[in-house]
Design a protein around this ligand. Structure first.
Ligand code: GN1
Ligand code: MG
Length: 342
């Protein structure tokens, strides 16, 4: 970040003696750790080419924060801190920033190494939705319209193979046919969401492991990265945990032989989430627990593949074939996950 911009931000927050270092986590927003004397903060710049309405994010966080304060004051809800103008969102020349207090003695992890970590994280995400079960989810603003709408994602993929980069479409012929051959997952998703026993609830929509804070005893403390909290289906939260916790390597891995499923981790996610969410899910939803992984892995494969074909406009890339690697990684993960369900 440019020093002048940082200076402006420091003025907003009254940081007199601050320095920053970059934290490389997430594909969308930019994040820094700021140390001001003996205080530590997290500073984030919201990516407004993706989040068109940062004010909606801010409104949602205010709504949730006041709900927690009244109904569950013991819950550690990480809301942005107020600046000198009593605002939780700073709009400056080059974009929107917000800052959080760093939670002392907490840490995040990037890769799920033990089934207990999967259990703890799933417990936290289940608990989060359960604590907010009495809040009318429709009060939340939609920060990313149709974010986890699989049918829409499939249409976007169809558009990409009509009008995307022809060389890349040719290169990805086999992958494209694979995605088309699995279109029944879209039907399963539609049948699921239209079932009378399925409800929309307050949903996090980005349940990767680095979005859970742990304490020194490896117990989950709370969930963070709250920009995509919107009304949604449990499929989204559980599915993204299946997608990102059960395999020992991440979506960045190019060696497909390393993509395997740790079945005991699937069970830990189930146990942890059900413990956290309690009686909130219907029996139909519980019966479809593992559909979540198929939907979310398939969706992510589609998103990476479409982005590769569209010349990496959404996720960006660190090397030319980056989104190709990510798409093939997710395709293999889907194959392995479906075999594990058989
Ligand atoms: C993005 O930026 P990050 O890593 O929190 C994306 C998720 C994807 C993920 C894949 C707003 O999340 O949906 O699952 O990348 N978030 C958005 O790594 O598109
Ligand atoms: Mg995120």
């Amino acid at each position: 970040m440019n020093e002048n911009i940082f200076k402006t931000i420091c003025d907003f927050y009254g940081w007199k003696n601050a320095n920053f270092s970059s934290i490389h986590s997430g594909l969308i927003n930019n994040t820094w750790k700021v140390i001001n004397d003996d205080e530590v903060f997290i500073l984030q710049k919201i990516n407004t080419s993706i989040f068109k309405r940062p004010d909606f994010i801010d409104d949602n966080l205010k709504l949730l924060s006041s709900y927690f304060k009244i109904n569950h004051p013991e819950y550690l809800f990480t809301s942005p801190i107020a600046n000198n103008n009593a605002e939780t969102l700073c709009c400056i020349e080059d974009g929107y920033y917000r800052s959080f207090s760093f939670i002392k003695n907490s840490f995040t992890i990037d890769v799920v190494q033990t089934a207990n970590q999967a259990f703890e994280a799933a417990h936290q995400f289940g608990k989060f939705t359960a604590l907010l079960n009495e809040l009318d989810a429709s009060q939340l603003k939609i920060t990313l319209p149709d974010f986890h709408n699989l049918s829409l994602r499939y249409h976007q993929f169809e558009d990409a193979i009509q009008s995307g980069n022809p060389e890349r479409i040719e290169e990805m012929k086999i992958d494209i046919s694979f995605i088309q051959s699995k279109k029944n997952i879209v039907d399963k998703f539609e049948n699921f969401i239209h079932h009378p026993d399925v409800k929309q609830r307050v949903t996090h929509h980005d349940t990767k492991i680095s979005n859970v804070l742990f304490d020194a005893d490896n117990k989950g403390l709370c969930v963070i990265d709250l920009d995509t909290i919107m009304p949604g289906y449990f499929l989204s939260d559980v599915g993204d945990m299946m997608r990102t916790y059960v395999c020992p390597v991440s979506e960045e891995e190019a060696d497909l032989n390393k993509i395997i499923i740790r079945k005991d981790f699937m069970k830990s996610i189930q146990d942890g989430y059900l413990k956290g969410i309690g009686e909130v899910l219907s029996s139909f939803e519980k019966d479809n627990f593992f559909l979540s992984g198929e939907v979310l892995i398939y969706m992510q494969a589609i998103r990476f593949l479409a982005d590769y074909i569209n010349n990496d406009v959404y996720y960006g890339c660190k090397y030319p074939a980056h989104n190709l690697v990510r798409a093939r990684n997710q395709i293999r993960l889907l194959q392995e996950y479906q075999s594990a369900l058989e």
